[in-house]
Design a protein. Structure first.
Length: 163
């Protein structure tokens, strides 16, 4: 029978290829097309490309938090402003494909690390700079739900655009 940690790691690793699959078959114009003003909240405001680059940034931040919890004693887990990242990090000049590849590589590499850990390591904590104490399990769960949430936005945009 699989342990709770094993199931969590499997769910986390399953996200490795989901972003690339979500954008497969889309043209550059499709990727960069913004939803119409006033679109439903489940559509979001960003282009599919911007969502994918955001996911790559989020994966890097979340992987850093996971690794710090594993490697350090009570580390600070720094918050980040996703809007400022999108505004100031040349999102539109980045590559959708490269961002999807970074997501996949990050998920696979972190999953390899997680599979080496004893169950107790998942209960180690760090201190999020805004939310307070978080366990490794909580951060991994956040990574899973964050990606699932943004993949819903991508699917909704695809449907809106007839893709």
């Amino acid at each position: 029978m699989a342990s709770a940690q094993s199931t969590l790691i499997d769910n986390y690793e399953r996200g490795a290829d989901q972003t690339a699959q979500a954008v497969r078959g889309l043209s550059r114009d499709d990727l960069h097309r913004l939803p119409p003003a006033g679109s439903a909240p489940e559509i979001g405001k960003w282009s599919i490309h911007q969502v994918v680059v955001h996911l790559a940034d989020a994966e890097a931040a979340l992987a850093d938090r996971i690794k710090r919890i594993i490697a350090e004693d009570d580390p600070v887990l720094q918050a980040w402003d996703e809007t400022r990242f999108a505004e100031r990090l040349a999102y539109d000049q980045q590559s959708t494909d490269d961002a999807a590849t970074l997501i996949a590589l990050t998920r696979r590499q972190v999953a390899r690390i997680l599979r080496t850990l004893p169950d107790a390591a998942f209960d180690r904590t760090g201190r999020h700079s805004e939310r307070g104490p978080q366990t490794g399990t909580q951060v991994i769960g956040m990574a899973i739900s964050h990606m699932e949430n943004h993949l819903k936005f991508i699917r909704a945009k695809r449907a809106l655009f007839g893709k």
